[in-house]
Design a protein around this ligand. Structure first.
Ligand code: NAL
Length: 326
């Protein structure tokens, strides 16, 4: 796979394609970031962007993982001490998941976000941005509760971080796109450079295939799940025999194969007894999706296989969590 393909595979959107093509010409040593509000347990949403970080490392880039403690505080995720503690657990789980430690830098937001120069730049951005614009940038990140002033400061700080961490590429889920567009619009006002952004897809809700998978409502799969819990969740998932169900529905089982399993394994084996046709082996997502559509692969076999591979992916992190908690 060439660098451009590695950088962009499974990306829902790149802004702009031309800028990312330039980056792919010579990715060695360039820096990409993802930021996370610290939480004690990683779930599939985190792992989707982590898969992209692994692609970027494979292309020779350095990745910067911002443990966004101040942002989590602004978004009311706990006391500062609680957030700090969950950030350490988060870092341990990312490394267990397979990020290459030699090409990954973990940074706490509070290491630089409380400095005088940063604060003055932030106030400058506050003067340049309407409340309406900041609120819109934050709409998909914040919960449903009434916006506080902290929710307006949040996207402005995320904008500034792109400059302060000296990055060449901003990575995030599609829910981060409005912040990244705000950054592209506002950083030039402070005479800072515009950087390209890459957005990963948001996986559909596991049981309905509708809307987005979320850790706060509905079901997600996390590093905390036992093998049995994981199997139970996958077995209950919505999986029509098509990749394009009607209306606004998606096939979450296929999405998990595409975004979580195939990027991490060279080959997927569906184990079946001889009387049901014997084992099936796939090197590419497309072939598996086509077999599900044709009826060659039964949804129940697809789910069983998905659970097995997801379990293998989360097992090291699950083990790490146990160690930390004991
Ligand atoms: C991501 C988040 C917070 C701050 C950031 C700063 C720089 C780059 C990325 C960042 C978390 C993200 C979320 N907004 O919703 O999880």
């Amino acid at each position: 796979m060439d660098s451009y393909e590695l950088l962009t595979r499974n990306a829902e959107e790149v802004v702009t394609d031309e800028e990312v093509r330039d980056l792919a010409e010579d990715p060695a040593g360039k820096r990409a970031y993802v930021g996370y509000e610290p939480s004690g347990v990683l779930h599939l949403g985190h792992l989707l962007t982590a898969n992209k970080l692994i692609d970027l490392q494979d292309a020779g880039m350095e990745v910067v993982i911002l443990l966004a403690d101040v942002h989590a505080y602004l978004n009311e995720k706990g006391t500062f001490e609680e957030i700090r503690e969950t950030a350490e657990q988060m870092k341990a789980q990312f490394l267990a998941y397979g990020l290459d430690e030699d090409n990954a830098e973990f940074v706490y937001g509070s290491e630089f976000q409380l400095e005088e120069e940063y604060t003055l730049d932030l106030h400058h951005l506050e003067r340049e941005t309407t409340m309406n614009r900041a609120q819109r940038a934050m709409a998909e990140i914040q919960g449903d509760e009434t916006a506080k002033v902290s929710h307006l400061v949040y996207p402005l700080m995320q904008t500034l971080d792109i400059e302060y961490l000296d990055l060449d590429l901003a990575v995030g889920g599609l829910d981060q796109r409005k912040v990244h567009m705000l950054a592209r619009e506002k950083l030039p006002d402070l005479e800072y450079e515009v950087r390209p952004a890459l957005h990963t897809p948001i996986v559909a809700d596991l049981t309905s295939g509708e809307g987005k998978m979320s850790s706060s409502e509905g079901i997600t799969i996390s590093m905390e799940d036992s093998t049995a819990e994981l199997e139970e969740k996958v077995n209950a998932a919505f999986c029509p025999p098509t990749r394009d169900p009607e209306g606004d529905l998606e096939n979450p089982v296929l999405e998990l194969f595409e975004y979580h399993v195939f990027p991490r394994f060279d080959e997927i084996v569906v184990e079946r007894p001889e009387k049901y046709g014997g084992d099936l082996t796939y090197e590419e997502y497309e072939a598996l999706a086509a077999d599900l559509e044709s009826g060659e692969l039964h949804p129940a076999d697809a789910k069983g296989t998905l659970a097995t591979y997801l379990d293998e992916l989360i097992a090291p992190g699950r083990e790490k969590l146990r160690e930390i908690r004991d």
